[in-house]
Design a protein around this ligand. Sequence first.
Ligand SMILES: [Zn+2]
Length: 471
Amino acid sequence: MKSAKNSDKRSRFRPPARFAGRGTVGASYLIAAAGLILIVIVFFMEIVGREPARQEEAPVAAVPATQEESAQAELPEAYFQPGTEDTAGEDEEESPNLIRGEIAPGDTAGALLQQWLSPAATNAVVEAAKSVWPLSRIRAGRPYAVTLDQGDLTRFEYEADDNNRLVIVREIEGSAIRWKASLEKIEYDIRLVRVESSIESSLFESMLLLGESPALAVRLADIFAWEINFIRDLQPGDSFRLLVEKRYRDGEFKGYGAIPVAEFINRNKKFEAFRFKDSFGNNAFFTAAGESLKRAFLKAPLAFTRISSRFSSARLHPILDIVRAHPAVDYAAPTGTPVKAIGGGVVTFRGFGRGAGNYVVLKHAGGYESMYMHLSGFARSLKQGGRVRQGEVIGFVGSTGYATGPHLDFRMKKNGRFLNPEKVLSPRDEAVPKAKLTAFGVERDRMRALLNGDVSLDEYASAQGQDGTAQ
Ligand SMILES: [Zn+2]
């Protein structure tokens, strides 16, 4: 039986009759092989044959190319390796005399510098930096650069953060070598761009659809956090427009800078925010009338999970088992949860009380006070008599004093009388100082003109000073 199947296969290859009888089987395989080789040769000829055709298309490059294209056409192939296009400048900079790198995990400045310096010289460099930016604070992943002159280290740079670079240079006076440390601003190319969109589902999604990062959505929500509840109030059809500085280094996007102006339309109501200096010289956001967009008080002094007990004139005390007033709101949260100052002010009390446990009292403008009780500990920076900013961490949730579990007992007073913190309508923070209102008006109108496109965004750069405010 088996032979029948084989026979089927063989029969398919039977050569035409004219070949029959001449050692037929061997001959037929030869013919088949020859045919196959022929096909391969023809196929090959076809491929090779085509090449000459493309050469012919060279005139494309001859088509008037933009300056950029013609520049590219002249550049050798090496420039088009993936990811190397824009490093040309760097390569020219990268040389045996300039070594760039990133701090490796576990690396110390001493170990790093001793690749080029003696222990004594390394010590001198570390000492020189101490009063400017201590090298003990270097972090893994941060960039550094070393300049050598005939193998000798003459300059060490370390990027302390996104805005500052520590620079240590060797100075030779006679036979003495000194090391001089300074902190330099890192230069960015700032480009002002307009970002605008309507909102269909969420602010985040709209930002992503624009190709912007969620960080910008967070910044925008922060600006209007007092006016709009971004969790509850947004609806389809709302929209936003803003101008934002984009920071570039060597052509690479490095993050967002200032937002000089922003606008949000929520339920057909327009909210505007203009960036200007407040009375402390800090940048803040103001309405067109110069009112602060920030409220004097945060809505709550911590990221709480739930309210375990509300403001009441008569409540059964869980430990003392007596009914008495509870002029507070109890926010339940895990031990160690950071507690923030609800507003800027002075620390009038930082200490311990039997019932209150560890507690803090802050005095704010306008006769307001706030109290934070049962803390597990205080923030290291918190000093009695010191000042705190709104949102500054002052302590941590605990259950010291008369407390059945970890929670913050939070209280507010105005002119000595307790208020229900949930009902306090936080006054606006300080408005634009009267003396600055005219300058503010000029800046506001300039920003509106830029946002509306009445003035080119290029005008912005030329009018800006180093710190981002108009000169
Ligand atoms: Zn309480």
